[in-house]
Design a protein around this ligand. Structure first.
Ligand SMILES: CC(C)(COP(=O)(O)OP(=O)(O)OC[C@H]1O[C@@H](n2cnc3c(N)ncnc32)[C@H](O)[C@@H]1OP(=O)(O)O)[C@@H](O)C(=O)NCCC(=O)NCCS
Length: 223
């Protein structure tokens, strides 16, 4: 069964994030934008969702340490024996773990406001609760640093993303006319309630518990 991890985005993830982005958006961010965000934007918080792939590490060599052919100093010998006791077989792990980035999300934390800037999941993994996991993780980070409200823009035609945001209590509070340059589509501006309010907290924890039950043990969150 596939295991997933949610963790902070690293420089090394940028190419893989770009691939998922191209499945998600008609005008994806270039890699340089992610590099800038990760390097320079102290308000930015970016996370990825990665599939953990366990691979057979192949046949394991069983080698035995040979006695040194030339004399080594006492200290080197002692360190060598500590790291690799004489006569013990040298084997690597039977499996190695690799990761494949399948989703990403980000936001800017500005004073007491969290502005969600991006979120996306690989097309063939949508509808499984993974986008919700990314979104809930952003909200969790925002709450943990004391943000009061969260906001975002979403295409008026993007009903699935809007449904996700509404599920967490976001409401439409305006539009930005012709916000998207590719087709001049309007954006809805959505806002959460005060993140610390009892209503938001109750809803968040209910939804989160349902999500955790749905995803079971498949997920590790390390943000
Ligand atoms: C938006 C997106 C991240 C959702 O990710 P996902 O993994 O497919 O969503 P989930 O399976 O976690 O669904 C969570 C909730 O989102 C809503 N939702 C997701 N897909 C939906 C669909 N096809 N129709 C209606 N609602 C949908 C539902 O409220 C759902 O909750 P439910 O399962 O209780 O019905 C994903 O569709 C995506 O990557 N889209 C392309 C990029 C994009 O549009 N990003 C948003 C920019 S503002």
């Amino acid at each position: 069964m596939t295991q997933y991890v949610v963790r902070p985005m690293q420089y090394e993830d940028i190419d893989a994030v770009g691939e998922v982005e191209r499945e998600c958006f008609t005008t994806p961010w270039p890699a340089s934008a992610y590099r800038r965000e990760l390097r320079d934007n102290r308000m930015g918080r970016y996370i990825v969702l990665a599939e953990i792939i366990e691979e057979d590490n192949g046949p394991q060599p069983i080698r035995h340490r040979q006695p040194p052919s030339e004399p080594v100093s006492g200290v080197r010998r002692a360190v060598g024996q500590f790291l690799r006791p004489f006569g013990r077989p040298l084997t690597g792990p039977a499996t190695i773990e690799r990761e494949r980035v399948v989703g990403f999300a980000g936001m800017w934390l500005m004073l007491d406001e969290a502005h969600v800037t991006t979120i996306g999941v690989k097309r063939d993994l949508r509808g499984l609760g993974l986008g919700e996991l990314l979104f809930a993780t952003l909200l969790e980070i925002a709450m943990s640093i004391g943000a009061r409200r969260a906001t975002l823009e979403v295409r008026v035609s993007n009903h699935s993303a809007q449904a996700l945001y509404r599920k967490y209590g976001f409401r439409e509070e305006g539009t930005r006319r012709r916000y998207y340059s590719d087709n001049n589509e309007d954006a809805l501006i959505m806002w959460s309630d005060w993140l610390g309010s009892p209503e938001f907290q109750t809803r968040y924890h209910e939804r989160r518990a349902q999500l955790d039950e749905r995803l079971g043990d498949l997920i590790q969150v390390r943000v």
